[in-house]
Ligand binder design. Structure first.
Ligand code: KE4
Length: 427
């Protein structure tokens, strides 16, 4: 494979854009080499500017659960765009998507559309603080909730990849209101809540952590989290920007049977266009402007194109059989990857929730940020490039989740498993 045009473009981009990318993890910093510049994508495949094709397991970091350029979404967008792109006024599309989301997430009585996952979580925190009158928040080490200042305190996404868990530029005054706890550790959580509950507005959590790879909640962890937060009047926020419609149609909350007070969504509900959303119980959402005193706004929030893509996506996802097909493909991939790693004599730990997954190069059970760091990232980097040169595009960082779509065929998975075997052997 040659990547000449990508390299040329990267050189130019590097002069114009910080690191040559519009989001850090895309720079291949964790795996070495230069990022590929993508020309187009279709179904399970992406095609770079040098004409190379890859089976894609990044899927724009989760949104494209139906694969790239799904014909129904493309056609719906073509019709929508002829009616204009944004009005800054309410439309029936916002009502339709809100209805679809609230039906799938009954823990929410009201939902507000925004333009990214970051906006969703940032707004949810402000609402929780406004509702409780308390200032502190609890998050878990390794969880990434977007780049709002108070959340970039031991973030788990790009920051972990670059080994800089805190971000410069976050005022100490913000960080002091953020309490960081280890995931899956109830005693630590209980200790903080029992002693500090009067100042704690909310706990925000990725119910399955997708930003240090894929880390599952231990049995009872989410239940204890729910019980403790309810007991002390602390708002429980499930950040389902990644897990929403991915772990199951109803997200991790349906999968694990937990009812949070608020939920943040993004990615899948935009069908590949910029969307985020936050919502929750009636009484909590009643503090949101213009009804209540907590302000939040957005020029393009609920814009007709993003709503159209989201509506089409959720309609197709809600169809009988869609999740069974996704599950079958995921099982095939999981079994295959585990088998060939073993056959090649490479120690890995594989985790998945619904159709998000991660394979760590470690023989330690990965249950939190600390144990995720036992993975051999140099080995991961070699595995990444072995897969890439054979036409398989996985996340360019050990500390990211992989995703499949309903466009991934049995043959795609067979090819992926075969290439993974060669890539493991070549390590
Ligand atoms: P955005 O602001 O990137 O739309 O969403 C932030 C966010 C919030 N919550 C969770 C659980 C998330 O995973 C994310 C964003 N995920 C990363 C992937 N690790 C986006 C990829 C990137 O930053 O380029």
């Amino acid at each position: 494979m040659n990547f000449k045009k990508s390299h040329k473009l990267f050189k130019k981009a590097y002069e114009l854009i910080p690191g040559g990318v519009n989001s850090p993890v895309r720079a291949f910093g964790a795996v070495g080499g230069n990022p590929l510049f993508i020309e187009r994508a279709q179904g399970s495949k992406i095609y770079d500017v040098d004409g190379n094709s890859f089976i894609d397991y990044v899927l724009s970091w989760g949104p494209l659960i139906l694969g790239h350029a799904h014909p129904k979404i493309v056609n719906a967008l073509k019709k929508a765009i002829e009616k204009g792109t944004s009005y800054g006024a309410p439309t029936s599309l916002e009502v339709e998507l809100a209805e679809l989301v609230l039906k799938a997430y009954p823990s929410m009585h009201k939902v507000r559309m925004v333009n990214s996952g970051t906006e969703a979580t940032m707004s949810a925190l402000r609402v929780a603080r406004g509702f409780t009158g308390r200032d502190k928040i609890i998050k878990f080490e390794g969880c990434y909730h977007g780049h709002a200042d108070g959340l970039l305190v031991k973030a788990g996404s790009g920051a972990t990849t670059f080994g800089v868990p805190d971000s410069l530029g976050v005022p100490k005054s913000y960080a002091k209101n953020t309490i960081i706890l280890p995931f899956n550790n109830i005693p630590a959580l209980k200790d903080v809540i029992v002693n500090k509950w009067k100042s704690i507005a909310c706990v925000i959590v990725e119910p399955v952590i997708g930003n240090i790879g894929c880390v599952l909640p231990k049995l009872g962890f989410l239940e204890s989290l729910r019980k403790l937060t309810r007991q002390y009047g602390i708002v429980l926020i499930f950040d389902e920007v990644m897990t929403g419609f991915r772990v199951s149609f109803g997200g991790a909350q349906a999968y694990y049977g937990i009812k949070p007070d608020m939920t943040c969504l993004g990615k899948v509900i935009g069908g590949g266009l910029p969307v985020g959303a936050y919502g929750g119980r009636e009484e909590i959402m009643s503090v949101v402007a213009p009804v209540g005193p907590v302000y939040q706004a957005g020029t393009l929030s609920g814009n007709p194109l993003a709503m159209t893509a989201g509506i089409e996506t959720l309609k197709i996802l809600s169809r009988e059989g869609t999740y069974e097909k996704l599950e079958n493909r995921m099982e095939q991939l999981e079994k295959g990857l585990k088998d060939v790693a073993k056959k090649a004599g490479v120690k890995t730990r594989f985790y998945r929730a619904g159709t998000m997954f991660c394979s760590y190069f470690t023989d330690v059970d990965v249950i939190d940020y600390k144990t995720s760091k036992t993975s051999d990232t140099a080995k991961f980097a070699r595995f990444f490039s072995n897969m890439l040169k054979r036409g398989i595009y996985i996340a360019p960082s050990q500390f990211e989740a992989g995703f499949i779509s309903s466009a991934h065929t049995e043959k795609d998975i067979e090819k992926t498993i075969k290439v993974a075997y060669e890539s493991f052997k070549e390590l």
